[in-house]
Write a protein that binds this ligand. Structure first.
Ligand SMILES: [Zn+2]
Length: 93
């Protein structure tokens, strides 16, 4: 478990907002189910069975879940690359 200290509001869940955030919001949130951390990393992946080879799908990951998501994709031979969220290719998605 992460020992990163949050504010008292965060620790007791008082700052949690209803899940009404627009997908178009600027904030880039971790793709891990149930995680609300801001993403620092973008995992680029491709499933050759359903995507053309040049296609790149993107999962966003916070620092804590980057490894988990990378292993998930790599174990299925889907993982291609991990980049900073600022470096996501314009045609990925
Ligand atoms: Zn996360």
């Amino acid at each position: 478990m992460s020992q990163a200290a949050g504010s008292p509001e965060e620790l007791f869940g008082l700052s949690q907002q209803p899940d009404v955030r627009s997908p178009a919001a600027d904030q880039r949130q971790c793709s891990r189910k149930g995680c609300r951390e801001q993403a620092s990393w973008a995992l680029l992946w491709n499933n050759p069975r359903i995507h053309t080879p040049s296609r790149r799908k993107v999962w966003l990951a916070c620092a804590e879940h980057r490894d988990w998501l990378e292993e998930y994709l790599a174990s299925r031979a889907l993982w291609k690359q991990t980049v900073r969220v600022d470096d996501i290719p314009g045609d990925a998605g």
